[in-house]
Design a protein around this ligand. Structure first.
Ligand code: ADP
Length: 570
């Protein structure tokens, strides 16, 4: 089955995605040999154009959800977290350092700066970061406001000056988060991750030393001590999360509580944009969350990356990122139905006689397409719709897809408010190689220009191409299946489902996201993990729904089932 699937990479990368998919028997899209939309997965670092979402076919997936800049751009993240804090209180939304967006909020920053001035200790520092750059570019630290000089939009953030150190070196965690769906919100966090070290010892008396204060790989791999042995850290600047877990075991802390707090940061951050992300069931997103842990083991969110680097710089990268991408493909759950792309595209060019030989699982065979009928439909469609000419009629499509049909979920209302153009800078990945950087710039420029010229408000539905849309509207009913049928898989390889994590959050996210209920459940769960109750549940008296729903506690080496942690229900 896998041999018939086709992936398409924008520009040349990422090479790792190519490698993993080719190893799994996929074929790479070649525009000289295939129709424009003859592919199953389209992967790109920058955002997709809105038209690409509009024209998705049931077997096509994209590696980005639309409109996620609300958390991946530094200033938007600040605004969204602030709004959530104002609405839902700071008990949960207390994981982001105090931040100001300059130049607009200069006066507020000045007030805060002056407030801290009288009793200024050496530890009160600020970090200034351009809002739309990545990889540590343009970042500097300062204590004295006279050193704050900027010529673009920046965020000025309270510097976490008491980071947890290993052998005297600062580090942060790059956590990989997959949002399978924003509606209903379905989140997975990978068990493996990267620990990224600074390569010179932490020292508050020299704020200008980027090799001591910034943990970006792209910076530290150029540092003079990158290859040197650095105490427990060793050579290079990365550890795997597994190695970090081992380190934590000797720290005498409530480790599950630390993981749960990181897990909370991910969920709470995603909640801030969930209601505003247009529904697109054929999309998946891999975010990179950067988390700093301080000496009190409190995790802080530094930023969210839109396209976390997939560069392989060292063995650690290889062991983390290769498994990550492979698990991501598993999480996308490709089934024989995705192979039907081939069947639907009966073009002369892409006929591959090997198709049937490569199918391990049988797929329903396609009835002979009535070419005349098919052509008629195509003639009716607009001349701008050339790319649709090889699609089968809707009857055939439904017949092919049967119960697998994703078309039933493709249609969801997209309000004009959601589709309204909002400027989004796309320079939000943290590519580390020259290739990645070059691609990043070109993609970014193209993406932004494209959006400006063509991203239009629409009152239309999120949909199949026009030729299918009319029929689609008549047939689709937004009937939610019984709860048990809606439970997303508990894990896929190293990806652990972290949301929804219990029947209450499942219910709260199914129809319309009920944020207060979700926050309440998060608080309850966190309090329980903090108290470290480990009794096993008997399972007696549980509701029917709960029988089919459990979650793993993300973080620990062998993640336990939550139901085994708690024996009381509220
Ligand atoms: P970029 O997108 O350029 O990587 P980040 O916000 O991730 O920007 O910051 C780069 C690095 O600077 C982080 O990896 C971290 O080491 C350090 N850093 C950023 N913000 C803070 C902060 N508030 N306190 C301490 N260190 C920080």
């Amino acid at each position: 089955m896998a041999a018939s699937l086709v992936f398409r990479l924008h520009d040349r990368g990422p090479q790792l995605v190519r490698e993993v998919l080719l190893e799994r028997g996929w074929k790479e899209y070649d525009k000289r040999k295939r129709e424009d939309r003859d592919w199953n997965l389209y992967w790109r670092r920058s955002e997709f154009h809105s038209s690409e979402y509009h024209s998705l076919l049931p077997w096509q997936r994209l590696n980005h959800h639309p409109k996620t800049a609300g958390i991946t751009r530094k200033d938007s993240l600040v605004r969204n977290l602030r709004r959530m804090k104002a609405t839902f209180g700071s008990a949960l939304y207390n994981f982001s350092p105090t931040t100001f967006i300059l130049p607009n909020e200069y006066t507020s920053f000045l007030a805060e700066y002056n407030k801290l001035l009288p009793n200024r200790e050496r530890s009160v520092c600020w970090i200034c970061k351009p809002v739309d750059l990545s990889r540590g570019r343009g970042i500097f630290l300062f204590r004295d406001i006279k050193d704050l000089v900027y010529n673009c939009s920046v965020v000025v953030q309270r510097y976490i000056s008491n980071p947890l150190l290993i052998s005297g070196y600062k580090f942060d965690l790059r956590i990989y988060v997959c949002v399978k769906s924003f509606n209903p919100l379905t989140v997975y966090i990978h068990q493996e991750a990267l620990v990224r070290f600074a390569t010179e010892k932490y020292n508050l008396s020299s704020l200008s030393n980027v090799f001591a204060h910034l943990t970006n790989t792209s910076i530290n791999k150029r540092g003079p001590f990158y290859k040197a042995q650095k105490g427990q850290v060793g050579s290079g600047c990365k550890w795997t999360m597994s190695k970090f877990r081992y380190f934590l075991q000797n720290q005498n802390i409530n480790e599950p509580f630390l993981w749960q707090r990181i897990n909370n940061i991910v969920t709470l951050t995603l909640l801030s944009i969930t209601p505003s992300v247009p529904d697109c069931p054929n999309c998946v997103e891999l975010f990179g969350f950067d988390i700093l842990i301080d000496t009190k083991f409190k995790p802080w969110l530094l930023e969210v990356n839109h396209s976390p680097s997939l560069t392989l710089d060292c063995q650690t990268d290889l062991s983390v990122k290769k498994g990550l991408i492979s698990d991501l493909v598993d999480l996308m759950n490709y089934t024989p139905i995705d192979g039907l792309r081939y069947k639907a595209y009966q073009t002369q060019r892409n006929v591959q006689t090997s198709f049937n030989a490569n199918i391990s699982t049988p797929v329903p065979s396609l009835p002979k397409l009535k070419d005349s009928n098919f052509q008629q439909k195509n003639e009716k469609s607009s001349k701008h719709e050339k790319t649709k000419r090889h699609l089968p009629p809707i009857e055939t499509l439904h017949w092919i897809l049967g119960s697998y049909s994703k078309t039933n979920v493709v249609k969801t209302g997209l309000s004009s408010r959601q589709m309204k153009y909002a400027p989004q800078v796309t320079n939000r990945d943290d590519a580390e190689t020259q290739d990645e950087m070059e691609n990043e710039v070109s993609s970014s420029v193209l993406g932004t220009q494209g959006k400006r010229s063509t991203f239009r408000p629409s009152t239309d539905s999120w949909r199949l191409p026009d030729i299918y849309r009319k029929r689609q509207r008549l047939h689709v009913q937004e009937v939610k299946p019984p709860i048990g049928q809606h439970v997303p898989p508990i894990r896929a390889g190293g990806f652990i489902r972290t949301f929804p994590f219990n029947p209450a959050t499942l219910k709260a996210s199914r129809v319309k996201l009920d944020v207060p209920v979700v926050l309440q459940e998060l608080q309850k769960l966190t309090a329980r993990v903090a108290s470290g109750r480990l009794e096993e549940t008997t399972g007696e008296g549980e509701e029917e729904d709960e029988d089919c729903f459990d979650s793993l506690l993300w973080g620990p080496e062998d993640p336990p089932l939550l139901s085994q942690w708690f024996n009381t229900k509220t």
